[in-house]
Write a protein that binds this ligand. Structure first.
Ligand SMILES: [Zn+2]
Ligand SMILES: [Zn+2]
Length: 226
């Protein structure tokens, strides 16, 4: 189920292998932040309908990174041919060249066909939908093209698999993962202004999220001794 978070932002915490999924109910655009594995697309459709939308209405899908549990869900949307796709340049260019290695599809036995990312994101980009501004921060560590999306007005951040609740964070042992980069990225996040954090897995943090970010940073720093 999607829960209303703030403004036009909704969030669906996963109870499966899927990543969590964000939804922004813009006036002219309906946006997903990550799309899950795609295995449970029927459930996602139902959950979108229960908040008055539908899969057909999705105009834009922004991926926090290209791992299969976040990007595999793109497939049913490709068939609808209506959504613009966004991913950080470092991972998007690989996919656009037909190299699906970083999706880990093979590792998890999912055969993801090549497709095109329309918008290659960069650090410092702002993606605007009506009055919603998503600021793009490249936060490598879990993967090279991992991003966080900050909505300053709502004091809210989507953290992907970079930062999780309770002082935890994404693993760094997949290709392009880097403990050192992760510590630097968590430090950056812990210095930003937000109250709510919506991570790629585990529960959403609806208050005092910055405390969790500081705790993730400190834990990573001591684990990885940087
Ligand atoms: Zn994930
Ligand atoms: Zn991941």
């Amino acid at each position: 189920m999607f829960r209303h978070v703030a403004g036009s932002v909704y969030f669906r915490v996963s109870n499966s292998m899927d990543s969590n999924i964000g939804f922004i109910d813009g006036e002219d655009s309906k946006i997903l932040i990550d799309a899950g594995t795609g295995i449970y697309h029927g459930n996602l459709e139902k959950d979108l309908q229960s908040i008055g939308s539908s899969a057909e209405e999705i105009t834009d899908i922004i991926f926090t990174h290209s791992h299969i549990d976040h990007i595999g869900g793109v497939l049913p949307f490709l068939e609808l041919q209506s959504s613009r796709l966004y991913l950080h340049r470092s991972e998007g260019e690989l996919i656009n060249s037909g190299n699906m290695m970083l999706t880990l599809g093979n590792t998890f036995g999912v055969d993801l066909p090549p497709f095109k990312i329309h918008h290659l994101l960069e650090e410092g980009d702002t993606i605007t939908f009506g009055d919603v501004n998503l600021e793009v921060y490249n936060t490598p560590g879990h993967s090279i093209g991992s991003i966080c999306l900050h909505i300053e007005d709502l004091r809210l951040i989507f953290t992907g698999d970079t930062m999780f609740p309770g002082g935890s964070f994404g693993r760094v042992d997949f290709p392009t993962g880097s403990p050192k980069d992760l510590v630097t990225s968590l430090k950056r996040i812990s210095e930003m202004d937000f109250e709510t954090a919506l991570p790629g897995h585990m529960n959403a943090i609806y208050s005092n999220a910055k405390k969790h970010a500081i705790s993730s940073y400190k834990t990573a720093q001591s684990w990885f001794k940087t």
